[in-house]
Structures are given as C-alpha cells and as structure tokens.
Design a protein around this ligand. Structure first.
Ligand code: MN3
Length: 198
C-alpha cells in the first residue's frame, strides 16, 4: 500500500523560495491524490505487493493510469527530500567530481538542468541521473522519471505548474534558479548517488 510521507521540514521552512501555501497544496492535495489513486488502481493487478520502483518500471507502457500515479508517488517521495531550508550551496566533493568529469563543469550542469526544466513542454520533471555509471541531465513528461529508461534518478525538480505557480506565476526559469541556488539538499543527492553507483 502506498502512504503519504510527512514532509521532512515545516510547511513554512522553504520560504521565501517555496511558500507554505504551495507546500500545503502540493503535499496535502496533489501528492495525497497520487497515493489514493495508486492504491485504488493497484488493487487486483499483477503489481499488488510489489515495491514502488517495481510498480513504476513494470507498469510503464502497460497500465497508464497506475503508472502515472505510482510514478508521481515515487517522484514526490524524493522531491520533498531533494529540498531543504538553506539548501543549494556547496556540492559534496564526490558529486562535484562526477559532474565535472561527466558533464563538464558545475556551471554547465546548472545551465543544462535549468534548461531541461524550462524546455520541458507542459508538465514534467528535470533530472540529474546515473546511467551506465555516468551522470546525465534529462527531462521527462508527466509522471515519468529516468527509472523507465534504465537510469537511476539522484535529483529531480517538479515543473508541473502546481509546484511553482502560486509563488512564481509563469516564471518557471526563476523557480528553477531558486531551486538550484537555495533549495537543493545535496546530502540527499549524495545518498542517492552512492546507492546508484554501488
Ligand atoms: Mn507535483
């Protein structure tokens, strides 16, 4: 059964970069809907009792309603942890080294990541992921993630309008820049990088 995790910080902890109102709607309403829909849709399918990652990968291309909700549940569980108060800042050495060797430079990573989020037409996500042992920047539509193309996501940002419209209106690039500079929880990114490259 899917369940809604609590936010790892207070609803007002990410202000002024992400408001209490945004987190209340995004976590309490949007994420909860994915949890409830996912629980209803998984019932009686071959995916009942499987892990969330198995459901996301297994339902892709097979059961769109289940995939959309399970994919968004997976994405949002991590999204809350990919942010923290006073985030951004110095990148852990191990990840910085991999960014420089696989992407070129930290500036290039930031530019590519923001561009991926800005150019994702409509709803979706921008990613930093590990594919074949190397870091890549990617974007996906709707509830997809790099999991469905055999990669392991280690950082993602939600570019659905519900994630930024209250705070930034139509200024998605400003939201993405604030996410990179002030919200990213690099400790959690490092944790996922280490798990993905074990
Ligand atoms: Mn969302």
């Amino acid at each position: 059964m899917f369940s809604l995790p609590e936010l790892p910080y207070a609803y007002d902890a990410l202000q002024p970069y992400m408001s209490k109102e945004t987190l209340e709607y995004h976590h309490d309403k949007h994420h909860l809907a994915y949890v409830n829909n996912g629980n209803n849709l998984v019932k009686g399918t071959e995916f009942e009792g499987k892990s969330l990652e198995e459901i996301v990968i297994g339902s892709h291309g097979k059961n769109a309603p289940l995939f959309n909700n399970a994919g968004q549940h997976y994405n949002h569980i991590h999204f809350w942890h990919w942010m923290k108060p006073n985030g951004g800042g110095a990148i852990p050495g191990k990840i910085e080294k991999a960014i420089v060797s696989d992407i070129g430079s930290v500036d290039k990573f930031k530019e590519d990541f923001i561009a991926a989020g800005t150019t994702q037409f409509g709803s979706g996500w921008a990613w930093l992921a590990v594919k074949d042992g190397k870091l890549i920047v990617a974007k996906t539509p709707n509830g997809e993630s790099p999991l469905v193309s055999g990669a392991k996501p280690i950082l993602g940002v939600d570019v659905w309008e519900h994630s930024y419209y209250i705070d930034y209106r139509n200024r998605r690039p400003d939201y993405l820049k604030a996410f990179v500079d002030h919200l990213i929880n690099w400790d959690y990114v490092l944790e996922m990088y280490e798990a993905a490259t074990k």
